[in-house]
Design a protein around this ligand. Structure first.
Ligand code: UD1
Ligand code: UDP
Length: 359
């Protein structure tokens, strides 16, 4: 079976790594890898290929940044000729970024079956660009690989029950489990002069948080206060760094640093007292690591991280964030449990389904 596997942005690279490994281990696949170029800085792209052992892409579309329409259209027009030349049996897309949607739509219009990994997640917030990408990608897909039970419910509610829906677990966690030991050797906390469980890690990049000065102001007031109590490490996404600096995010206890590679980041959150984040991936990783996570959003498409894991939705109000941080500091948090099927075997299960079907 010939598979075209698509990735474009940081979380995609983490998700495709185990799929590549599982396809190669299976042996029954001819696999070609497409990098759309949505993310392109070394710290957002190359480092993940190097650390996670992802082979060099067979097709490098080099689209770069742009408005949603421009970026999506550019990916589609560069992907279409690749698709025609390559003529795969199936296109596999992961996650919910513009590259996911653009390549799913291109493939569906060419009549090529689409498999979506991380299907069915819904925040029910259509102001989130990712929510639109998720809904449209799922509607276009023939195979829907789901990471948590709510995803299956959502797909059925949307009338997609005639597709191949498979609850397979979480490929993000496949990567975490595979690289956790290697990450421990990084000793990042020690290198940064931090004491385990006595610092906070923050990631912020959602437009709803960093582009709205009022919302950002609330989050920053909370971080300013928290950074007076424990060191706060903020590896800044490129879209957020300038905004954070312009908003005056400078306190002695706050360290805004470059985005970290996967192993360093995994090691850093593993030893943190708390993660404060608007990232999807970080909500899942902290659930598996048993590290308290305060999600500065009003909703999440990953409800299992709250129901079973260590995640709490805390919104963006400064006082609420500070109060939730104090609860964590006093140890008033449930450690939670690891969701079923988040066991390191998701990619293998996906590959078994692909191999067993005549797509
Ligand atoms: C994208 C995804 C988001 C995901 C995030 C993961 C969409 C709509 N959004 O958001 O769902 O959570 O990736 O990190 O697909 N930039 C650089 N260097 C890079 C990449 C980006 O400088 O390597 C800067 C550019 O100024 C760019 C901005 O970041 O305009 C936004 O990049 P883009 O890929 O459009 O969206 P993200 O905010 O990264
Ligand atoms: N990550 C990383 N370095 C960083 C920040 C994040 O390696 O400095 C990893 C981390 O594993 C996270 C993943 O990148 O889960 C994706 O994070 P991001 O917030 O970019 O995307 P999202 O999951 O919100 O789509």
């Amino acid at each position: 079976m010939k598979v075209l596997l698509v990735a474009g942005a940081r979380p995609n690279f983490i998700k495709i790594a185990p799929l590549v490994a599982a396809m190669d281990a299976h042996g029954g696949f001819v696999r070609e890898l497409v990098h759309t170029g949505q993310h392109f800085d070394d710290s957002m792209s190359a480092v993940f290929f190097a650390e996670l052992g992802i082979p060099r892409p067979d097709h490098d579309l080099k689209v770069g940044s742009g408005s949603h329409a421009r970026q999506t259209a550019e990916i589609m027009s560069r992907f279409e000729p690749v698709l025609r030349r390559s003529a795969p049996d199936v296109v596999v897309v992961v996650g919910d970024v513009n590259s996911t949607l653009a390549c799913a739509l291109t493939a569906a219009k060419e009549g090529i079956p689409v498999a979506h990994v991380e299907a069915g997640l819904r925040s029910f917030d259509r102001r989130m660009p990712e929510e639109l990408n998720r809904m449209v990608t799922d509607a276009l897909s023939d195979l829907l690989f789901v990471s948590e039970p709510a995803g299956v419910t959502n797909l059925l509610r949307e009338g997609l029950g005639d597709r191949g829906i498979h609850l397979v677990g979480n490929v993000m966690i496949d990567t975490l489990r595979r690289f956790r030991e290697a990450a421990r050797e990084r000793q990042v906390a020690r290198r940064l002069g931090l004491v385990a469980r006595q610092y906070a890690v923050v990631t912020l990049h959602r437009p709803s948080n960093v582009d709205d000065p009022e919302v950002l102001g609330g989050i920053l007031r909370a971080l300013g206060r928290i950074s007076a109590e424990v060191p706060v490490i903020l590896p800044a996404h490129p879209r957020a760094r300038g905004i954070l600096m312009a908003a005056g995010a400078e306190w002695p206890g706050l360290r805004v640093i470059e985005p970290l590679g996967y192993l360093d980041f995994l090691d850093l959150i593993s030893d943190a007292m708390v993660a404060i984040t608007d990232s999807g991936g970080v909500q899942e990783e902290t659930t598996v690591l048993g590290v308290p996570c305060l999600t500065v959003r009003e909703n999440t498409e990953r409800p299992i991280t709250i129901e079973q894991g260590s995640n709490r939705l805390v919104g963006t109000d400064a006082l609420r964030i500070i109060a939730e941080f104090e609860r964590v500091r006093k140890g008033e948090v449930a450690q939670g449990r690891v969701p079923d099927l988040w066991d390191g075997g998701a990619a293998r299960r996906i590959v078994e389904v692909l191999a067993s079907r005549e797509v």
